[in-house]
Design a protein around this ligand. Structure first.
Ligand SMILES: N[C@@H](CCC(=O)N[C@@H](CS)C(=O)NCC(=O)O)C(=O)O
Length: 200
């Protein structure tokens, strides 16, 4: 299995989730401007959408979209999803919110043509949406005392917030520290060159 990623991009969520689930997988870095993989292939032949993440299975099938990949990981390791009859739908609800309402709201920060007013409006919206999740956090993670694949996605959103100078509402700073202390997160960050090497 191969995960196509770009360092620090949203694919970091899938990278963390695959480590949390204990998968053995290859990482292929993608140059998103050139649409080339680091092993010299045309990325558009692998994922015609041209963006990361993409997860390629050993039979050649390619799965794209964070919501789909993270849901697939949670189906393989149900400990990474909330439990109960509504667990699967609560997870999808959370992933959809993070994807469409928070992830996409960062767009002006990735657009060199976006002006200050556009960025300020985006920062305000992101802050409100993160505050909504933060206010509903009852324990260490989004769904309680156990990590889910949605926490990996939220973690990437917190990293992007910090990178762009956006304040994190409480208790998200403590959540970030908790996530960074997890071996799976440390491994993913290290592999993406985003931190000092970690033990294990
Ligand atoms: N809808 C996609 C969006 C993925 C996405 O926004 N990927 C960004 C990195 S975070 C990317 O590859 N952008 C490069 C491009 O669109 O050319 C998903 O949720 O998986």
């Amino acid at each position: 299995m191969k995960l196509y990623l770009a360092p620090g991009a949203c694919s970091l969520a899938d990278h963390i989730a695959l480590h949390e689930a204990g998968f053995d997988f290859d990482r292929v870095q993608v140059d998103l401007k050139a649409k080339r993989t680091d092993d010299g292939r045309d990325y558009l032949q692998i994922n015609p959408k041209g963006y990361v993440p993409a997860l390629q299975f050993d039979d050649g099938q390619v799965l794209t979209e964070n919501v789909a990949i993270l849901s697939w990981v949670a189906d393989q390791d149900p400990s990474l999803a909330p439990s109960g009859p509504m667990g699967r739908y609560r997870l999808l609800e959370m992933l959809a919110f993070i994807s469409t309402e928070i992830h996409k709201a960062f767009k002006p920060f990735f657009n060199p043509e976006a002006g200050d007013a556009e960025k300020a409006a985006a920062a305000d919206l992101i802050g409100k949406r993160l505050a909504l999740l933060a206010g509903n956090m009852k324990d260490d993670y989004l769904f309680g005392d156990r990590l889910s694949v949605a926490d990996a996605y939220l973690f990437v959103m917190t990293m992007w917030s910090r990178k762009n100078g956006l304040a994190l509402p409480d208790p998200l700073p403590a959540f970030v520290a908790r996530m960074k202390a997890r071996p799976a997160v440390g491994m993913a960050l290290e592999h993406e060159g985003l931190t000092e090497p970690v033990a294990s």
